[in-house]
Design a binder for this molecule. Sequence first.
Ligand SMILES: C[S@@+](CC[C@H](N)C(=O)[O-])C[C@H]1O[C@@H](n2cnc3c(N)ncnc32)[C@H](O)[C@@H]1O
Length: 353
Amino acid sequence: MAWENVYHTEALKAPEAGAKVDALVAELGDDAISATADAETDEAVFGNGFSHITVLLHETVDMLAAGPGKLIVDCTLGGGGHTELLLEQGATVWGIDRDPDARRAATLKLARFGSRFKVLAGNFQDVEAILAQQGVSRVDGLLADLGVSSHQLDTASRGFSFREDGPLDMRMDTRAAFSARNLVNEAPEEEIADILWQFGEERASRAIARAIVKARSQAPITTTAQLALVVESVLPRKGRQHPGTRTFQALRIAVNGELDALDSLLDSSVRLLGKGGRMAVITFHSLEDRRVKQFFDLRSRPEIDRPEWPAPRPNPDYCFRLLSRKPVTAGEEELSTNHRSRSAKLRGVEKIV
Ligand SMILES: C[S@@+](CC[C@H](N)C(=O)[O-])C[C@H]1O[C@@H](n2cnc3c(N)ncnc32)[C@H](O)[C@@H]1O
């Protein structure tokens, strides 16, 4: 197994955690504070390990062509797998994550890079405002490794998974007001059906929404296992994929506003990247990949043409060069060691104006 890409934070007991937090604050200054404040107020979570196998690690980092003197913003810090390699190559990296567990894990893991590494709390849809607060409006690289981390999926209490029972939650930002429990128990049947269809491409969307509304009229649906059972009452198990896969994906995307956030980030990239700056995006399903592909394709054509025009016209949005015509996907070795890499697609661009 290629375990070199796997990282685990130390499992810290509360008294040691306090000392470690103090040391980090001393070392990182204010930048450590959001992560460490979470640690202090939430010691039960702080004691847990954080594990995630980084996908397309070298392919992504190579695409960003980072190095000393470059400022790269990792918009999906997670446990800091990509960020660590970027830092090792000498770049300055600021990592954004909306999940306190991720910020805490990365703060501990990457503190050794000192002032070249900074952790920023927030949603990457606000990346321009987050960077403006740091006095920055131009960067050399942007990275987004979309979706959830293995830590989020595998921690039952985060409520993302139908494999392990937990509270129906699915919030990446554990301080957000709106969870999957609210959505499943409060949204009208038609809205649930639309979400399952649009974000999960679930063909049984209407039947599942009907079953959810029927079940919740008897008792609120409060756990992932309850929801999985409701889905299974409509779609019996057959084959390797769990019948709840598409429903859980759809609800997660809706609860976290994932596609809107991606659209905002892509728009921001045009303004944030200077000439020669690069962006790399890893997607895990077709809804994400389609958006990224279309956004990059439209802006990497010098001219556009329409049947009703006598000749092609200059493209006013032209600003990128594609770094690969086709998406980069995982090689044999990675596929054999990391199941998540199967659906990963990496696309990248360089700003040319
Ligand atoms: C797949 S993981 C990233 C893993 C990371 N590249 C690594 O190698 O460790 C995705 C992370 O992005 C975060 N995330 C997803 N959407 C976000 C958003 N809109 N704003 C900020 N963070 C987000 C999640 O909380 C999660 O920690």
